[in-house]
Design a binder for this molecule. Structure first.
Ligand SMILES: [Zn+2]
Ligand SMILES: [Zn+2]
Length: 108
């Protein structure tokens, strides 16, 4: 396959740059099938920043799971005030933890 010089737009600085034949060969030799997204200058800055950036991204990407929402209900069995981690549906009995375990125990 014959390689041709390509004109590409840098993903970071939006400046057009040339993806030369030599660069394409070097890229293919490394096993990359896609052209780089950035101009050589931005690639260098990015490579220099990379180790730090990855750590930052990892810490900011970590989102603690949302706190569980509890709904205040009255136990259908003993009438005690309790909370359930789901929205109680009308017409369905809701049990406090004790009655819940009791009802499960009797079922089995
Ligand atoms: Zn650039
Ligand atoms: Zn109960």
């Amino acid at each position: 396959m014959e390689l041709k010089e390509k004109s590409l737009i840098c993903f970071d600085c939006k400046a057009p740059y040339t993806f030369s034949v030599e660069e394409q060969q070097a890229f293919q030799a490394k096993g990359h099938n896609h052209p780089p997204k950035r101009c050589p200058a931005c690639r260098v800055t990015r490579a220099a920043k990379r180790p730090q950036k990855q750590v930052e991204e990892r810490t900011t990407a970590f989102i603690p799971s949302a706190p569980r929402q509890f709904f205040a209900v009255k136990c259908s069995e003993c009438g005690k005030d309790t909370q359930v981690p789901f929205e109680p549906r009308a017409g369905r009995p809701v049990y406090c933890i004790d009655c819940y375990h009791k009802s499960r125990a009797t079922k089995q």
